[in-house]
Design a protein around this ligand. Structure first.
Ligand code: NAI
Length: 477
């Protein structure tokens, strides 16, 4: 079987870029990306795409209107497709059973029901969203219980491993493409059909096929291992601050061990993004349901350390500013959860800003890619805020970093945007109140030159010389 027509349900951070790259690499396949949100689809059809990813604009512009289409006509797109990707969101449940841990599968279920309602011929349905193990079985049950006569479905798992900020290069040169499916003759035909789509540009050895459950679990496992690595180095950063060791030196030393490797060993204010926390919690919940409480507790600790790191950093800011930030002006540089994306979901900046707002600080936020509405929507979300008026009163969004830092007591770096390294820190310093504090939550700045300018600098995982005088060793822990 050869795939000629693809429908992608969900035009978000995964559906948009991944299907744009498929259209770009497969000119003979028609790809329609559909969504319930008219606004999102309008943005995909405009010059101002709804998400920022380096290289994405060029790819979309080169194929949009040729073999790549964005639409809200979900039924038509499903009917025309031989293969349907489900790329809808699977957030952590905020209500009912499993609240705060389980993945909310209502969007997946609604996508499956839409497919069953309108499909008149057999289709391959591919879950690309990250889901708990055995979600494919639930999709299959829904489809098979509602199928029209003669219509058959093959369900595949094809989790997406792209990272925001490098989505296009990750999609063009993936470390691996994972395809899980039923190990039956029909299942193997479906696996082959999807493999053939990727084969156009991905070498055969990088396309890994396996059973559906292994594929589903591999995605959760990969994110859990990545998040665990960040929590491990962040846990080590607390030890470094307490002892005088330097976490960058420790990371360099352990990264030289080829069994450990040197990637993903950078200490910071904590991980964010839509996936790590959600997927680890999803794994924790899965383990609890499987009656594996020790395994659940093990992975829960990855989240606990991340919470601890964000709180520890905010506490350090408060302690350094003479134990009170009430009415003090603090500039936050960066609100996206990492550089080269405008995504703010679970960004460490949300938590750091919220802790400081709770203490009555006046916050000025500058981010090169995140707009005011997005920042306010995060800071007033009920999960982090019980007084939205206070946020309105205390937070100002700035479109210029120098203006943001003017007359402030402190600058706090929360995202590792490249431009932050290039600023004229002497100019920033001159316009700040004294003593001027700089908290580098991403360990990206040249601390010695900042201290030479006159800043009091604090960073993650390292006690800078002057701090020994100002700060008792255990104070931040
Ligand atoms: P997103 O929230 O950016 O996009 C999901 C889209 O699906 C939204 O635009 C929403 O309107 C749409 N949608 C929901 N239900 C729908 C329905 N029934 N019909 C049509 N459209 C519907 O989410 P994102 O970030 O793209 O994530 C999607 C999935 O991919 C999640 O499971 C996530 O865990 C996974 N993932 C995300 C990665 C990332 O970097 N964002 C990376 C790898 C996997």
């Amino acid at each position: 079987m050869s795939v000629r027509n693809i429908c992608c349900i969900g035009a978000g951070y995964v559906g948009g870029p991944s299907c744009s790259v498929i259209a770009y690499k497969c000119p003979d396949i028609t790809v329609s990306v559909v969504d319930l949100s008219q606004q999102r689809i309008d943005q995909w059809n405009s010059d101002n795409l709804p998400i920022f990813e380096p290289g994405l604009d060029e790819i979309v512009k080169s194929v949009r209107g040729k073999n790549l289409f964005f639409s809200t006509d979900i039924d038509k797109s499903i009917q025309e497709a031989d293969l349907i990707f489900i790329c809808v969101n699977t957030p952590t449940k905020s209500y009912g059973l499993g609240k705060g841990r389980a993945a909310d599968l209502k969007y997946i279920e609604s996508a499956a029901r839409m497919i069953a309602n309108v499909s008149c011929v057999s289709k391959i349905v591919v879950e690309k969203s990250t889901v708990p193990v055995k979600a494919a079985e639930s999709i299959s049950n829904i489809l098979r219980a509602n199928h029209k006569p003669g219509v058959k479905y093959q369900i595949l798992s094809n989790p997406e491993f792209l990272a925001e900020g490098t989505a296009v290069t990750d999609l063009i040169n993936p470390d691996r493409v994972l395809i899980g499916g039923e190990q039956t003759p029909e299942g193997l035909v479906a696996i082959k059909a999807l493999s053939d789509v990727y084969h156009r540009w991905v070498p055969e050895e990088n396309i890994v096929t396996m059973n559906t459950w292994s594929s589903e679990l591999s995605k959760l496992a990969a994110n859990a291992f990545l998040a665990q690595r960040i929590s491990s180095i962040n846990a080590m950063s607390a030890v470094c601050e307490a002892t005088g060791a330097d976490v960058s030196e420790v990371a360099h030393a352990i990264g030289k061990d080829s069994r450990i490797g040197n990637k993903f060993l950078k200490a910071s204010v904590g991980f964010g993004g839509s996936c790590f926390q959600k997927d680890v919690l999803n794994l924790v919940y899965l383990c609890e349901c499987l009656n594996l409480p020790e395994v659940a507790a093990y992975w829960q600790q990855v989240i606990n350390i991340n919470d601890f790191q964000r709180r520890r950093f905010a506490n350090r800011i408060i302690e350094c500013l003479f134990n009170t930030v009430t009415n003090k002006k603090i500039a936050i540089f960066g609100f996206a959860f990492k550089k080269d994306t405008g995504d703010t979901r679970e960004s460490a900046a949300i938590y750091v800003a919220s802790y400081l707002i709770e203490e009555g600080a006046q916050i000025r936020i500058y981010d090169p890619k995140v707009d005011r509405a997005q920042i306010f929507s995060e800071l007033t979300h009920p999960a982090v805020c019980n007084n939205p008026d206070r946020v309105e009163e205390l937070v100002t969004i700035c479109d210029d970093p120098y203006r943001a830092a003017e007359e402030t007591h402190a600058v706090v770096v929360c995202t590792e945007w490249d431009e932050f390294v290039t600023y004229d820190y002497k100019r920033l310093y001159e316009n700040m109140l004294k003593p001027a504090f700089l908290f580098d939550g991403r360990v990206i700045l040249n601390h010695q030159s900042l201290m030479d300018i006159g800043f009091h600098v604090e960073t993650i995982g390292k006690r800078l010389a002057r701090n020994n005088v100002n700060r008792p060793i255990a104070a931040t822990n």
